[in-house]
Design a protein around this ligand. Structure first.
Ligand SMILES: [Zn+2]
Length: 431
């Protein structure tokens, strides 16, 4: 095992791994309970209440951690929210405290918010009716990342079933808004004591080495509406929006040039993605469109800040406004949602070494180092708390797509690795 882990008695090890096997059915049932909640942005309350129940079933005493913009507003990791932090939307956390501290403390965190389902009619089975077929569970969030939330719960349950408990503080938390701001994780990090490491069971059995930052922006174009029969005397906001999109395509190509790449992405041709996620506009098929609004997500290379990217976007929009084809239009840009920097996770940090060793013990395989094109809540711990952090979780496909699924056998593997990690990182004592 890794130097980063305490030695565990071989009998206790066997008992922990057997306990995970014995919990397979409960694990699948737990995941199904979570996937059944349509915990979309603003609608997380019932899933958070479910999490309170699940922590309580483990003998923990869950408590709420609200996101308070007044307290976080000046924090560099805070992102402008999309919806208010209404009652019921508070994160849920739980802390296990040992009788005697022998090892190091650990945070196991996961997000329970999910992204929209896309076109629901394209799903084979309804996205919030978890369906198990051929060793997979299908459903929105089944993989990203209710699978990881369930695995963390079952890792703790496995220790208990083996008559053990962590011999250090183990923090657990279910957070909101990982998919649009990260403010849930930020609030939890600020509210709880600093742990010695944080592991987030986001999907993917790989060794996280880096993640990009992200900025969300909306560009609104106002044109000049006229009857389509006099089209040439009007200005179509929709056609003008196409010109805006060209400018962002060119920016994307530029930011992917080799000289803009952090060494962690040296061998990667397209780490920075600009996505037009939403478009609204126009009023009537026979009217030249008055207004069009593009919602976009712009990737940010680690080492290049989100504030700089925000300035780039503002400069880009100002530039487009000077294009002769845009004459007579009005262009506005606003920023809400992600304002997030990228982060680097050194392979040499203790938590990375530790989870790699646990994965190798369970599967016989070595985790592949991976620099992600997306972001996770792990950044907060690295950037603002100087805490080691990484992600490691179950395998599946179609996250953010149609027919998202998770491989149930991989959840068992991940649960075993997490249980060994908790035991080796925190140490164990009799329950
Ligand atoms: Zn996720």
């Amino acid at each position: 095992m890794s130097d980063a882990l305490l030695p565990i008695d071989p009998g206790a090890r066997r008992a922990i791994l057997q306990a995970v096997e014995g919990l397979a059915e409960r694990s699948t049932a737990t995941l199904a309970r979570l996937v059944a909640h349509p915990s979309l942005l603003g609608d997380e309350a019932s899933c958070l209440a479910e999490m309170e129940g699940l922590y309580s079933e483990l003998g923990l005493s869950p408590f709420r951690v609200a996101v308070d913009p007044a307290k976080l507003d000046n924090h560099p990791g805070f992102s402008p929210p999309l919806v208010p932090y209404a009652p019921g939307r508070e994160n849920v956390a739980a802390i296990h405290r040992p009788r005697e501290t022998k090892g190091r403390s650990l945070m196991l965190q996961g997000h329970i918010d999910v992204v929209p389902v896309g076109a629901a009619d394209l799903w084979t089975t309804p996205p919030f009716e978890p369906s198990v077929r051929d060793g997979r569970m299908y459903g929105r969030g089944a993989c990203d990342m209710k699978s990881g939330v369930a695995a963390a719960l079952m890792a703790f349950a496995a220790l208990k079933a083996a008559g053990l408990q962590p011999a250090a503080e183990l923090q657990m938390a279910a957070v909101i808004e990982e998919e649009c701001t990260g403010n849930g994780a930020l609030a939890v990090m600020q509210a709880l004591g600093k742990p010695d490491a944080c592991l987030i069971p986001e999907p993917g059995q790989r060794l996280l080495t880096a993640e990009v930052g992200v900025v969300w922006a909306w560009v609104t174009v106002t044109g000049k509406p006229v009857h389509v029969s006099h089209k040439l005397s009007g200005i179509s906001a929709i056609e003008a929006a196409f010109i805006v999109s060209e400018a962002f395509r060119a920016y994307e190509a530029r930011m992917n040039e080799p000289q803009h790449r952090h060494p962690a992405y040296a061998g990667d041709n397209h780490p920075i993605n600009v996505n037009f996620g939403t478009i609204e506009g126009g009023e009537w098929n026979s009217s030249v469109a008055t207004r069009a609004r593009l919602g976009m997500r712009v990737g940010v290379m680690p080492g290049y800040s989100c504030r700089q990217t925000k300035a780039d976007i503002e400069a880009l929009v100002a530039d487009v406004a000077r294009d002769p084809r845009m004459a007579g239009t009005d262009l506005r840009v606003e920023f809400r949602g992600f304002m997030a920097d990228g982060a680097i996770f050194p392979e040499t940090q203790g938590i990375s070494q530790a989870i790699s060793a646990c994965h190798r013990e369970v599967t016989g395989e070595t985790l592949r180092p991976t620099a992600m094109h997306a972001l996770t809540d792990a950044r907060f711990y690295r950037l603002y708390q100087d805490t080691e952090a990484t992600c490691y979780g179950a395998e599946g496909e179609n996250i953010h797509g149609i027919d998202e699924w998770v491989d149930l056998a991989s959840i068992t593997e991940v649960t075993k690795a997490l249980a060994l990690l908790v035991a080796g990182w925190c140490g164990v004592e009799a329950a």
